[in-house]
Write a protein that binds this ligand. Structure first.
Ligand code: ACO
Length: 402
């Protein structure tokens, strides 16, 4: 066998950075995070101010165009987005092809990817106007697809969007109305959703956004790139964590079992992790979790079934983990997914839709990054290298000699 060190020499000098812990893959002007201090800014505006004062579409405009809209610009943007909420009727055939109990995330990945087959009139990525139309279509249609995926999974007819409603109210309408019954969301439910969507809208180069950028770096169309982002979001270490939080709470079952699960989380031979705790970047309290914690308690007080043991369990787990040395030393605070899962549950959103909700909100961030990247003259195909660990060069042996 040939000495493989000679192969290393050929590869030149490489940085080995598993998980890209210390690698900046791009320049971006969209979102700033300081994980040590727990700071999150969208285009320079603190998340605390935006989540307290802005509407989701106002934040979407900010992320896409870099500035907050004035009244006229916001009204026009809302109108454009709401005008694009309908789906091509033939998409329904595509949707109906999925098995009734398919996970809505699986449906979302497939149907969003299929948009490139339905809206190919705007696929020229070198045309600035085409890019903008695709961006608007994605922000408008992903909620419609998400709600349709849910309706499909429960065997109910799809509810068409209502463009006279605000973005979040329309989403709740498509989720919960039926052809026989109107649905009027409470103001608290709409406000809570608006808040959750704002907090989830962008988070710089997380796994799914990096996936969107990597897919886009080859010049792939935006619908295909966003479908790739949704696929990456699905994992339990990323967007799937909010669903995993409720699954974990259900498994724990009773407050008296919490110590057993805390012990499992600390045991290095046990793969169990406390879902909804810890974050790759925030080694201080996640500022989004801080905002959601307050709203979570409010939503639980006003909307939730006070007798649901899951909520008491969640609050006890939060208390215990926050006072346990293992979690304190490693700075493992409850993250945004811990609270978002609980709030979605209280709003009546089914568990298998939690990650879908995250995808609806994050579509805005993915699209903003895609637009930024398309306008960046330094954009080049993403092509990481590797440190080869396999055998050195060897000769093929005929099968009877092996
Ligand atoms: N439960 C128990 N221990 C944990 C947890 C947890 N949830 N998270 C981290 N740790 C421990 C690790 O075992 C490790 O301990 P050690 O130093 O004794 O070996 C230490 O804390 C550091 O953990 P890392 O794995 O190095 O942290 P990393 O930054 O790679 O992981 C992650 C971050 C994936 C979020 C992790 O904390 C985790 O798995 N959390 C649960 C899943 C979750 O909630 N994901 C949502 C993230 S937020 C989002 O996507 C919006």
């Amino acid at each position: 066998a040939v000495d493989i060190s000679s192969l290393y020499q050929e590869a030149g000098f490489l940085t080995y950075d598993p998980g890209f812990m210390s690698t900046a893959s791009c320049h971006s002007s969209i979102t700033f995070i300081d994980g040590e201090q727990g700071i999150l800014l969208y285009r320079g505006y603190p998340i605390e101010q935006l989540s307290a004062k802005a509407s989701f579409l106002e934040v979407a405009y900010l992320l896409l165009y870099g500035e907050l809209p004035n009244e006229k610009a916001l009204a026009e943007f809302e109108q454009v987005i709401m005008r694009h909420t309908m789906l091509n009727e033939n998409l329904k055939n595509f949707l109906n092809g999925f098995h009734y109990d398919a996970h809505p995330m699986a449906i979302l990945i497939g149907v969003v990817g299929s948009l490139s087959a339905f809206y190919h009139d705007s696929l020229s990525i070198n045309n600035v106007r085409h890019r903008e139309i695709s961006a608007h279509r994605l922000i408008a249609k992903v909620p419609t697809i998400a709600a349709a995926a849910y309706k499909h999974s429960i065997g109910e007819p799809i509810i068409y969007p209502r463009n006279d409603l605000r973005y979040c109210a329309n989403f709740l309408h498509m989720m919960f109305a039926t052809p026989c019954e109107e649905y009027r969301p409470s103001l608290l439910a709409e406000r809570a959703l608006n808040l959750l969507f704002i907090l989830h809208a962008d988070h710089e180069q997380n796994a799914s956004t990096s996936t969107v950028r990597l897919a886009a770096s080859s010049g792939a169309n935006p619908f295909a790139c966003i479908a790739a982002g949704i696929a990456s979001l699905w994992g339990p270490a990323h967007g799937g964590a909010n669903e995993a939080v409720i699954a974990m709470l259900t498994e724990i079952g009773e407050v008296k079992h919490i110590p057993k699960y805390i012990a499992k989380a600390k045991d290095k031979d046990d793969p169990f992790r406390l879902m909804g705790f810890g974050h790759r970047v925030y080694k201080n309290y996640d500022p989004r979790a801080k905002i959601l914690r307050e709203v979570c308690h409010q939503v639980l007080n006003e909307l939730a079934d006070a007798n649901n043991p899951l909520f008491e369990l969640a609050m006890r787990l939060e208390e215990i983990a926050l006072s346990d040395d293992y979690f304190i030393e490693r700075r493992l605070y409850p993250n945004v997914d811990f609270y978002s899962g609980i709030i979605y549950q209280a709003l009546g959103i089914p568990r298998n839709m939690f990650t879908v909700m995250f995808a609806v909100a994050r579509t805005v961030g993915w699209v903003a990054h895609w637009l930024e990247m398309m306008g960046d003259p330094d954009n080049r195909i993403g092509r990481p290298r590797q440190i080869y660990r396999g055998p050195g060069k060897r000769d093929y042996l005929p099968i009877w000699q092996r």
